[in-house]
Write a protein that binds this ligand. Sequence first.
Ligand code: PMT
Length: 410
Amino acid sequence: MTLQGSHVLLGVGGGIAAYKAAELARGLIKAGATVQVVMTAAATAFVGPATFEGLTGRPVHTGVFEDVHRVLHIRLAREADVAVFAPATTNLLAKFAGGLADDLVSSLYTALTCPIVVAPAMHTEMWLHPATQANVARLRGWGVHVAGPGEGPLAGGDVGPGRMLEPEDLVAAVAAALADGAGGPAAGALAGRRVLVTAGGTREPIDPVRFIGNRSSGKMGYALAAEAVRRGATVDLVSAPTALPPPPGVEVHDVETAMQMRAAVLPLADKADVVVAAAAVADFRPTSYRDQKIKKEAGGLGSVELTQNPDILAELGASPHRAILVGFAAETDLEEERGRDKLHRKGLDLVVINRVDMADAGFNVDTNRALLLTRTGGRREVPLTTKSEMAAVVWDEVEALLAPAPEVGT
Ligand code: PMT
């Protein structure tokens, strides 16, 4: 992946991280790119255009009424091989997602046909706001590469997710977006692929009114299914009981127990290109089922004898299959060794180790934190984010695993 000889458009938004955009401009130039900077009015309150002019050796543009006879925003858009917006503030992301064009940066954005990277930077509350998350999901759906944010110190002494990625990481993201080709739309990146997602917590009945269950709400699995549809996949969702509405465009197969889940999953997995197992499957079921309610007067439950359930994912991993296999691991810490062990023991291509011991991650919340490990040694930590955003990250990783290896000599 190289930027040598490329023409990069750098749009600087009005956030404190604008100072890091200067370092990004330097990094892009060092990587061999020509860099054209445009700034919002708010960005100029943080860093002066002269800084970027000095670094890039080119005039910096800040308004649509400059160079009017040459239709500045169209000319700059056509010159760009790849564009990066850093920092991409809450406001910029909303404008991009809403198609607003009321200043140079947003007008230019709507005229771009090249690959686009946005580097969100804002306070945690603003990043996690449903409007921002919806805007980011929309942009992803249109093929925009969303780089970050990371977690760390923010303006005003706060710490959390929302910090703009470091300039060297953004240089790599810009190079990757350029290598991805003409827009590399994520929308449609899974077109023609069939994926199977499992979700929810299985219930293992003891009698007609009681069962052994767990705290899974299905939110993570449903977010994965919805994101796969957005990316153009044909999606089967094998769902244990949840309170969630079926995601539009998904074929839902309702099951209750682990054995029913296994019966639904095995034939569907045969046809799938990717299987993502987000369900919390009970490891044990009552050995016998009483078809009458057990009465406490008659001695009650006493003890319940348990039988081990089959491990559906391990079974898929051990049998001949063509699908990419993605497992989730519910852990009370991000214990890498245990996750790596699950990855290999279950024959997975990717494991998503998520925390289930924190109030804002794991079971029955809208947010999550995870460590992603691939069979080929890849490692990616995802700090606190929404389950929709986590789903997007998981599919980004899966898409990379699905991508054909480059031919030798090309
Ligand atoms: O549903 P939410 O409320 O949104 O919560 C999300 C979640 C915490 C349930 C989810 O993100 C998660 O971690 N799912 C996997 C939970 C789990 O069963 O972890 P495990 O470490 O026990 O299993 C590892 C993998 O093997 C999982 O992909 C699981 O689906 C699979 N498995 C496990 C047991 C079994 N008998 N058969 C399986 O296929």
